[in-house]
Design a protein around this ligand. Structure first.
Ligand SMILES: [Zn+2]
Length: 242
């Protein structure tokens, strides 16, 4: 039984390593996703601002057309004024021209505002593009680092799974079955030592009779509190020394 316990403990060590690396690989997926998100966020911001810039430029061109239209209406009115016959007509045309001039001056103000916004957006986009290049490089480097660590971990995992298979081979099927059952049920180690009558899995006291039984080590024993397989540390130390 001591030999079987020893093998189970070894299997447990492999299991712990597999679980540790599997968790790390799960984290890698999360980290990569997070980095992709960061990248997309910057990319999207530039796209949105570029779209806003196009709208502003279009607006600016429309103001320009409006001014030209008003200007040509003024020109026409001024031509007509040369041939008007009544004062009333003349005054109405002057009024019309004044209104058009006012409209032009308002549109010119709007154009200036537009121009300011266009400048601001263009500057912002340029800055963002510069940042994006740097951030993009950083993200790329970080991803490469993570991926190379992950590929090493995947290799380790392949080896550990082979070790696991090898480790299972020396264990009696019945014992292995019990170990796997406990392993599927408990959080953390399925086999734990008992030190000074305390289960190292749940830190509860093992009753004296059960404690005596595990020291005899003639069959597989379970913690009455947490159901983990338990063994007396002293037995394993002796076995190791041999
Ligand atoms: Zn326990």
């Amino acid at each position: 039984m001591k030999d079987q316990i020893k093998r189970l403990v070894k299997l447990q060590t492999i299991e712990a390593r597999i679980s540790e690396i599997t968790h790390r690989l799960d984290d890698v997926k999360k980290k990569l996703k997070e980095l992709d998100k960061q990248f997309e966020f910057h990319e999207k911001k530039i796209e949105e601002d570029s779209a806003a810039l196009e709208i502003k430029k279009k607006e600016y061109r429309e103001y320009d057309v409006e001014i030209q239209t008003s200007q040509s209406m003024i020109n026409k009115s001024q031509e007509k004024m040369k041939v008007v016959k009544t004062n009333r007509e003349y005054r109405s045309m002057l009024k019309e021209i004044d209104e058009l001039k006012l409209k032009i001056s308002k549109t010119e103000e709007q154009m200036l505002d537009s121009l300011e916004q266009i400048d601001e957006l263009e500057k912002g986009i340029n800055d963002q593009k510069k940042d994006f290049m740097l951030i993009g490089e950083e993200i790329k480097a970080e991803k490469e680092k993570i991926q190379s660590q992950a590929s090493m971990d995947n290799e380790k995992l392949v080896n550990l799974r082979q070790d696991w298979q090898g480790g299972c081979e020396g264990i009696e099927p019945d014992i292995l079955k019990k170990f796997l059952k406990v392993n599927g049920k408990v959080f953390g180690a399925a086999i734990v030592p008992v030190n000074n009558a305390v289960c190292q899995g749940c830190h509860m006291n093992i009753p004296p009779q059960a404690y005596n039984e595990i020291q005899r080590c003639d069959s597989l024993k379970f913690c009455p509190h947490c159901d983990r397989i338990i063994y007396w540390q002293g037995n394993l130390s002796l076995e190791t020394e041999n």
